[in-house]
Ligand binder design. Structure first.
Ligand code: PFF
Length: 431
């Protein structure tokens, strides 16, 4: 069977931007900036992005493009003994997807509640049976998209939705900048506190956020690259990266002016999106309109990211075992929904917790934080040391010097910083 391909470069770029731009940009990035030194955080963040995350993205695209196959078989092509490593990465991303879908489904529910002009209370919402219903609906939407194929499903969804996302984003930035707290908000967001740069945890946070936000190290871009014809990998990766950074920065220009205008706590972190911001929307004229726009934007971002995560296990099953796309999607969908149930139930009246932490948060820590770092480590080490570098150079082009620098990053620098980030995470959680 001929491998499906993107209909055009633009289609591929939009789908990849859809993958990168997610809840991580709109809600996680602003509060991580707020907690880690404001404007000064941009220094470690941009270093992490351009020096480490971008090369890893190029590597993934190059592997997928070169081997024309998805994660499991790609690792097998590098060496038979690496197949289980590929499967481990596929399993990690499926687990991340299982709780990411839960958060996406809350966002969807909030969009609808605001559209119906019904105030939402997070506790009342999570204590009802609604979260399960919305979890299923969101799961089905993601499932149906991936089942329709690379072009007709994934690419088409992004072609329609990414422009909508950008339009809402710009509208909300324009609105937020006219609110009374705009200046105070921007000052808090971007005023550099350079003393924080001496804190290694700030650097670890920057690495973590960079890899999470760009969705690298998880085999998504490897899989997307396998649907590519010949293309300029450096240019493609740069466009995706810059779009991701711009959208994250703009999201901060919405969040912080609103936080200061509404008198909310800028350090509310996790609660900001689902508790403090919605209650502020409920209290102002046209707040319902703002609420719909904000959550619709967040939902679009989450949906296109979830689709990219689902494509990883689906493509691996199709390519490794010869399943049809329909069967593979159905199989993975059932598994992911089952895996996600504990997370979906963890905030309900059942309160599924372990060590006093809701299962969703625990999953995010184990798979979304530690798992993501380990996966990045595996991708860069296996590809850097066991793949023929000539293959990679053939894909990425560039001068000999650039190629040598690239190989150095993949073999030494990226594994080293990821290892350091992993240790920092473990120390932080132990302390
Ligand atoms: N990049 C997405 C975001 O910023 O929300 C989330 C994400 C997708 C993380 C895929 C990790 C991943 F493998």
């Amino acid at each position: 069977m001929v491998r499906e391909q993107w209909s055009s470069w633009t289609g591929f770029i939009l789908a990849s931007i859809g993958s990168a731009v997610g809840i991580g940009n709109i809600w996680r990035f602003p509060y991580i900036v707020g907690q880690n030194g404001g404007g000064a955080f941009l220094i470690p963040y941009l270093i992490s992005v351009f020096l480490f995350a971008l090369p890893l993205m190029m590597l993934e695209l190059a592997i997928g493009r070169h081997l024309q196959t998805s994660v499991g078989p790609a690792f097998r092509a590098i060496g038979e003994r690496f197949f289980p490593v590929g499967i481990l990465i596929v399993a990690t991303i499926s687990l991340i997807l299982s709780y990411y879908l839960v958060i996406a489904s809350w966002v969807f529910a909030y969009t609808l509640f605001f559209a119906l002009n019904r105030p939402v209370d997070f506790t009342a919402f999570t204590n009802s049976y609604y979260p399960l219903v919305f979890f299923l609906i969101t799961g089905l939407t993601v499932f149906a998209t991936v089942r329709s194929g690379v072009r007709e499903g994934i690419e088409r969804l992004s072609r329609y939705l990414i422009p909508v996302l950008v339009a809402i984003l710009l509208l909300l930035v324009a609105y937020a900048l006219t609110t009374p707290g705009a200046l105070a908000g921007i000052a808090f967001y971007l005023a550099p506190d350079t003393s924080r740069l001496a804190d290694p945890l700030v650097w670890a946070a920057a690495f973590g956020q960079a890899f999470f936000s760009l969705s690298v190290g998880m085999g998504i871009l490897l899989t997307y690259g396998s649907y590519l014809g010949r293309t300029d990998i450096f240019r493609s990766a740069s466009v995706i990266t810059v779009a991701d950074i711009l959208i994250a920065l703009l999201a901060g220009l919405i969040i912080f002016p609103l936080v200061f205008s509404f008198g909310l706590d800028p350090a509310a972190g996790v609660n900001l999106a689902f508790v403090t911001l919605p209650s502020a929307f409920a209290g102002i004229p046209f707040g319902a309109v703002l609420g719909v726009l904000f959550f619709a934007m967040l939902f679009v971002a989450a949906l296109t990211s979830a689709v990219s995560m689902l494509e990883v296990p689906v493509a691996t099953i199709i390519d490794s075992y010869g399943y049809s796309r329909r069967r593979a999607t159905l199989l993975v969908f059932c598994a992911v929904i089952l895996l996600g149930l504990p997370s979906a139930l963890s905030y309900t009246a059942l309160r599924l917790e372990l060590f006093g932490t809701p299962l969703l948060d625990l999953g995010d820590y184990i798979f979304g934080t530690l798992g993501l770092i380990v996966a990045g480590l595996l991708v860069s080490t296996v590809a850097g040391w066991f793949m023929n570098p000539a293959w990679i150079f053939d894909e990425i082009g560039g001068s000999r010097r650039m190629q040598r620098a690239f190989l150095f990053l993949i073999r030494y620098a990226i594994p080293l910083v990821l290892l350091a980030a992993l240790l920092a995470q473990i120390v932080r959680s132990a302390g």
